[in-house]
Design a protein around this ligand. Structure first.
Ligand code: NAP
Length: 262
């Protein structure tokens, strides 16, 4: 049996994914920024521990050298006979600011994590997963329309969605499935970290949040069933169709209104 690799497994969706994977008896390789960041997740998965101990690898996915070092460590594991059968590209973050007010260094870092690291780890996975393997990329419902106020974040998730859809077709003949996970607003540290509390969306409570374990349970099952998409929640699924019905300009204007500072 191979292992399940999960990036961004220190908290939020990645930590809940680790719990689901542990419950399903999967061996885990957790990728976190610092070793201590894995402690809480390791404690949470302890009740389902069986067989091999989880491996913890550290990487700052916003630093190309650190990503290269991670890939080297994964190849070392591979040479020692440990191969992945599921790769979950989950790490990511957003930045709430109109583009002209955003810090270019933060935007560059966001693209490194959300796009470059995900692309490189998908490339690695495409070369290392065997028949029956699964690649799981965490996009967002943000992938389906433009997001004024978080333009680069929404665009980064549009990349993840389009990239994953293409890979699903490329890898199908090799019996490797690709699932694009598209959560809607989910209760994690994401909003505080992005600075979204200043937006109308958050400050006026216009956004119902789904619990992360509920969203992850749904997405986990969809990935196990080798589905193309995992969009947790009926309203979120409906939201991904609306831009096609209303037109993309109207959808962008609506998100822009919701995300205006309040
Ligand atoms: N929450 C939502 O509403 C929502 C909706 C749609 C999609 N998503 C996506 O879901 C994924 C997980 O987000 P979340 O909601 O669980 O947020 P979160 O609680 O903030 O978790 C983000 C995870 O990504 C990791 N990460 C961020 N930058 C990193 C870097 N440079 N190197 C390595 N790891 C890094 C974080 O590690 P540290 O703890 O070390 O920072 C953390 O483990 C993201 O891709 C996000 O875009 C979230």
């Amino acid at each position: 049996m191979g292992y399940t690799l999960i990036t961004g497994s220190s908290r939020g969706i990645g930590a809940d994914w680790a719990v689901e994977a542990a419950k399903a008896g999967q061996e885990l390789v957790l990728v976190v920024r610092r070793e201590a960041d894995a402690v809480a997740t390791l404690e949470r998965i302890q009740p389902w521990a069986s067989g091999a101990q989880p491996v913890v690898l550290t990487a700052d996915l916003g630093q190309p050298e650190s990503l290269a070092a991670l890939i080297h460590q994964l190849d070392t594991l591979h040479m020692a006979g440990k191969s992945p059968d599921r790769v979950v590209n989950n790490a990511g973050f957003g930045d709430y600011a109109a583009l002209h007010q955003a810090d270019p260094a933060v935007l560059r870092n966001m693209v490194e994590v959300n796009v470059q690291a995900l692309m490189h780890l998908s490339h690695w996975a495409a070369n290392r997963l065997e028949s029956g393997g699964r690649l799981i990329n965490v996009a967002s419902t943000a992938a389906f329309q433009a997001g004024p106020g978080m333009a680069a974040y929404y665009a980064s998730k549009a990349f993840v969605l389009s990239f994953s859809e293409a890979l699903a077709t490329e890898l199908k003949p090799r019996n490797i499935s690709v699932t694009a996970v598209c959560p809607g607003p989910t209760r994690t540290a994401f909003f505080d970290r992005a600075g979204l509390e200043k937006s109308r969306l958050v400050s006026q409570g216009l956004m119902p949040l789904m619990d992360a374990p509920t969203a992850v349970r749904y997405a986990f099952q969809r990935a196990e069933k080798r589905k193309f998409y995992a969009i947790p929640g009926f309203m979120n699924r409906l939201g991904t169709v609306l831009p096609r019905l209303t037109g993309r300009r109207f959808a962008a204007a609506t998100v822009g209104w919701l995300q205006r500072p309040h």
